[in-house]
Write a protein that binds this ligand. Structure first.
Ligand code: HSE
Length: 431
């Protein structure tokens, strides 16, 4: 059979990794795909000195790749939104299949991209966009397709997990660890996407759609980052038997699908609590299978290339398949997506960890606990350390409460004259 010709756009960390894996494992890949996969052309603004592209046609114009009549599949690895969207749409318009690692693009423009792809009868594959090398999209979309998914929760940003792990285990400084993650090629071009949870929200939006059969709705995701977590929070969480992790959680509830990214205390014996460094992990709870866990490298050149190349092989295998029998982009057939609402964060129910700075005087704790009591919030544990200072940290672990009630209680506590500054709230997930 004739080889399939691929054009790679972008030769950065993931583009370079993809080129190398395709070259190194060419024979094995051909045996799996049923035909050879060759890189016909690379489009990149700059050469990558670490990658030996000798013998492969290069262009600085990525659109030349998307319109090259020789090319069957365009691999979009330039990242970002604007040019990437134009590039993917141009490729589709020209009848090319697309493989991308661009979670931002899929989460924010996936609905229109898939519609265009459907019309042109081409595939758009995006496994590498979520959790790097872990085949989580394939697992949910195909492996778990018998199940009604109840919920999923994951550590889906390697940079954030790397930062939290290094801070906890080595007491390292936030900025210093972030710089290392950037040097290792883990961090996004704009690292606030990693630390403020935007990258994780992009990935969660995608997982949520394929788990629950709903359109992509990134703009409705609740997103909170890790930049306000202090080493004291990490320590107090440990005293209470928990670890702090940055989680993406999506859950089916009576009032809609929860879609939220925020730091959370999770019991130290939970599997996710022990996922460290740049590793990612996702737990999926299905009605038939129960809980399943997927773990692996969430970022980096070759782990991400592993997912890009697996998508390429999948596309090659389906080139001859009947289009109506291809795996649908969002796991459910386009006409079968539901309009289930995304639940407002105020409706979410979680237990909470609260840290506040209170003045050392009689009646302070009574004032705090009576506010909690008025909102019907039950206290699970409370820590106040002996001190010679005028202000003491008070840590409270509550039982499950509706977010809106906790918001009201926090506002009332912050208004007390005995409370200094704002209250830190971290949600608790028992998973
Ligand atoms: N910046 C992302 C992360 C890269 O750290 O997880 C992989 O998507």
């Amino acid at each position: 059979m004739k080889p399939v010709k691929v054009g790679i756009c972008g030769l950065g960390t993931v583009g370079g990794g993809t080129f190398n894996v395709l070259k190194r494992n060419a024979d094995e890949i051909a045996r799996r795909a049923g035909r050879k996969i060759v890189v016909e052309e690379i489009g990149a603004r700059r050469e990558n000195p670490a990658i030996d592209t000798k013998g492969t046609q290069m262009t600085s114009d990525v659109f030349a790749v998307a319109t090259n009549p020789e090319i069957d599949i365009v691999v979009e690895l330039i990242g970002g939104y604007d040019v990437a969207l134009d590039l993917v749409m141009t490729a589709i318009e020209n009848g090319k299949h697309v493989v991308t690692a661009n979670k931002a693009l899929i989460a924010e423009h996936g609905n229109e991209i898939f519609e265009a792809a459907q019309k042109k009868n081409v595939m758009v594959a995006f496994e590498a966009g979520v959790a790097g090398g872990i085949p989580i999209i394939k697992a949910i979309r195909e492996g778990l397709s018998a199940n009604r998914i109840n919920w999923l929760a994951g550590i889906i940003n390697g940079t954030g997990n790397f930062i939290l792990t290094e801070m906890k285990e080595k007491g390292r400084d936030f900025d210093d660890v972030l710089k290392e993650a950037q040097e290792l090629g883990y961090a996004e071009a704009d690292p606030t996407f990693d630390v403020e949870g935007i990258d994780a929200a992009h990935k969660l939006t995608i997982l949520s759609s394929i788990a629950f059969g709903i359109p992509l709705q990134f703009n409705k995701a609740y997103t909170e980052g890790i930049s306000k977590i202090t080493s004291e929070d990490v320590q107090y969480a440990e005293e209470l038997g928990y670890r702090i992790k940055h989680l993406g959680i999506s859950r089916r509830t009576d009032h809609g699908v929860e879609l939220r990214v925020h730091p959370a205390l999770i019991p130290e014996q939970a599997l996710l609590a022990n996922v460290n460094g740049v590793m990612n992990a996702v737990v999926v709870d299905g009605d038939a299978v129960g809980q399943t866990l997927y773990y692996g490298a969430g970022a980096g050149a070759e782990p991400t290339a592993s997912a890009v190349v697996a998508d390429l092989i999948d596309v090659v295998r389906t080139l001859t398949a009947d289009r109506d029998n291809r795996v649908p982009h969002l796991a459910f057939h386009p006409g079968s997506l539901y309009d289930t609402p995304i639940a407002a964060i105020e409706q979410t129910e979680t237990a909470c960890y609260l840290r506040l700075s209170a003045s050392e005087q009689p009646g302070t704790l009574a004032a705090i606990t009576s506010i909690l009591g008025e909102q019907g919030i039950n206290i699970e544990a409370i820590i106040q350390k002996e001190t010679s200072e005028q202000q003491v940290p008070v840590i409270i672990l509550t039982q499950k409460v509706q977010e809106q009630k906790m918001n009201d209680a926090i506002t009332a506590i912050e208004a007390l004259a005995e409370i200094n500054g704002s209250v830190t709230r971290i949600r608790v997930e028992q998973l």
